[in-house]
Design a protein around this ligand. Structure first.
Ligand code: PMP
Length: 306
């Protein structure tokens, strides 16, 4: 066995055979919700909060996963266990649930009966891009504010973790047109900072942390963990309305996301942040994170540099 295994509706299949129907609403309409969990020492980190958020997404999207939460939990563990012999280091664990396949595929948008629509549940692992993480931890990443704005909560609420991500993909493209190395940092329709395609944002000013409130963003589990860590380390932290002005004049800035946890930002719109290197508080949080999970994040990532 040399291929990773994918959980697909109750069976484990080799990655190359883990196809789904072209009539699946997840493919046709982006009609899906998902979670991305990561492991530390091959144990899923904060799996319960991820499943809580997945269940909220399912509820809001009115998708019936066709299985109990406990069964899904077991399916995640089964998938990890089955792949464990092939894993050289920690991985992503993705859980995708789509509203399913249109059996009567004449009119894709029409609600179908339970018999016609069975949800598609997919769980798979992927290697984490550690080499890129290592370069980011060391030098920081660039951010660019793209012209596209985030969706307001009155539309496709960003609190929902959905596979409908065209707006986030376009924002990322736009950022890279300005700076090929940049990650997007997206504003809402009022010009306030929100998040990017896969991460939340924090600024550091005069020793305190600032991050946008969780109204118009995905409430990141990493974001919540950083706020908790800050509390433990005695670093004041505030949820605030922030604009580009605050970002460009910050002492430090970083993104947070499940994969890399904390990623320093050293340029925003080509303006150098702080002294142009990952800041002290950012590095302190990274170190404290590592101590909490028993894995030195920077060391782990550096091992993958060649
Ligand atoms: N915002 C968006 C849009 C995301 O997709 C993600 C990644 N799940 C995040 C923020 C960060 O969330 P988390 O810390 O839970 O990975």
């Amino acid at each position: 066995m040399s291929e990773l295994l994918v959980y697909r509706n109750g069976e484990l299949v080799p990655d190359s055979q883990a196809a789904i129907s072209i009539h699946d609403g997840g493919f046709l309409l982006g009609d899906s919700v998902y979670e991305a969990v990561r492991t530390f020492r091959f144990v899923p980190f904060h799996l319960e909060p991820h499943l809580d958020r997945l269940w909220r997404s399912l509820t809001y999207a009115r998708i019936d996963p066709g299985m109990r939460r406990q069964d899904l939990h077991e399916a995640v563990m089964l998938t990890l266990e089955a792949n464990r012999p092939l894993l050289e280091d920690d991985v992503w664990l993705y859980i995708y649930i789509t509203r399913g396949r249109f059996v009567n595929n004449v009119q894709y948008y029409l609600p179908a009966t339970a018999e016609e629509r069975r949800p598609t549940v997919i769980i798979f692992c992927r290697p984490l891009p550690f080499a890129a993480f290592a370069r980011g931890y060391e030098h920081g990443v660039h951010a660019v504010i793209p012209p596209s704005r985030h969706l307001p909560p009155q539309c496709l609420d960003p609190k929902l973790k959905t596979g409908s991500r065209m707006h986030l993909v376009l924002a990322e493209f736009e950022a890279r047109m300005v700076d090929p190395e940049a990650w997007s940092l997206i504003l809402d329709i009022h010009g306030n900072l929100t998040e990017n395609k896969s991460g939340n944002v924090f600024l550091v000013k005069d020793g305190a942390l600032y991050t946008p409130a969780a109204d118009g963003i995905l409430a990141g589990i990493t974001r919540a963990t950083v706020l908790e860590l800050a509390g433990r380390l005695g670093i004041p932290a505030y949820e605030r309305t922030l604009q580009a002005y605050h970002a460009l004049t910050a002492d430090e800035a970083f993104f947070t996301s499940t994969g890399y946890c904390i990623m320093p930002i050293t340029r925003i719109n080509k303006v150098v942040i702080g002294d142009g290197r990952p800041g002290l508080i950012t590095r302190r949080l990274l170190k404290a994170w590592g101590e909490t999970v028993g894995v030195d994040l920077m060391e782990q990532a550096r091992r993958h540099l060649r």
